[in-house]
Design a protein around this ligand. Structure first.
Ligand code: 9D3
Length: 245
């Protein structure tokens, strides 16, 4: 998979993707990341990419021409523009179903906005999908784009080590995770539940399922209701394809 970021902070992207599972996936050749500096596509000596909004108001708006030129360059480099995703607070809230669907795309173009956003005509002409990472205000689309990439890359076959299984993840089965313990058996007066030391794998699996259910009901009644309703697929009911269960 090829992921093209379009941003005014390309070094932030390059630095962040070098770590962890995404860094390993890049080094393994499973995913190829390019961080394009929007300013490289400006047409003046000051490398201007934003301007004041028509009709007035505070803040600046990304000019359309540098964005369009950058997208043309990405296409000229051989990538299709089937998924041009604009990260914006007024996009659709990101969920595992969307991540699963995007994980089978040959490429993603992630357009990172800043305060006030981009000229609406870019959205009309080029953007295929608008995504938010939640109902809180950030200062730009770079961290959301990295969140999206992280969630997608871990679903690419070979990106996770043997110890990690994407299909066992919370949200793939629609439940929150159970509690986990490691040594020592007692820590600051708190003991590891006896069942985990029993060696009885069936009892352990039952306990984990039960505690995960209790935890989901208490903390995420919205997720729990979908399981109660006999929705075996959890949040995957509307199957969008992809690499999820
Ligand atoms: C004046 C109205 N604001 C919308 C709530 C404008 C605005 C604020 C912050 C426009 C852009 C931003 C910067 N945020 C993002 O670009 C962003 C974001 C976010 O702030 N929250 C959750 N998901 C995302 S995805 C991109």
């Amino acid at each position: 998979m090829h992921i093209d970021f379009l941003t005014i902070f390309p070094d932030l992207i390059r630095e962040a993707v070098a770590y962890g599972i995404s860094g390993r996936a890049i080094r393994a050749g499973l995913v190829d990341v390019s961080a394009h500096d929007l300013r490289d596509f400006a047409d003046d000596v000051h490398r201007t990419v934003d301007d004041t909004p028509y009709g007035g108001g505070a803040g600046m708006v990304f000019k359309p021409e540098p964005v369009a030129r950058a997208l043309a360059a990405i296409r000229d480099a051989g990538r299709c523009l089937e998924h041009v995703i604009f990260l914006t607070p007024d996009g659709k809230r990101l969920d595992q179903q969307t991540v699963n669907r995007l994980s089978v795309a040959p490429g993603l173009v992630l357009l990172c906005g800043r305060y006030r956003g981009i000229d609406e005509r870019i959205r009309e002409l080029y953007v295929t999908e608008e995504i938010s990472v939640g109902d809180y205000v950030l200062s730009g689309g770079e961290l959301p784009a990295l969140v999206l990439m992280d969630a997608v890359v871990r679903l690419i076959p070979g990106a996770l080590g043997d110890a990690e299984s994407a299909l066992e993840d919370s949200f793939q089965n629609g439940l929150l995770d159970c509690p986990w313990y490691t040594r020592p058996r007692e820590f600051e007066g708190l003991r590891v539940p006896d069942v985990l030391l029993s060696g009885d794998h069936e009892r352990i699996a039952d306990w984990r399922r039960k505690v995960a259910m209790q935890r989901t009901r208490k903390r995420r009644p919205d997720l729990y209701e979908r399981i109660e309703a006999g929705d075996a697929a959890g949040p995957e009911e509307e199957d969008a394809g992809g690499r999820g269960k």
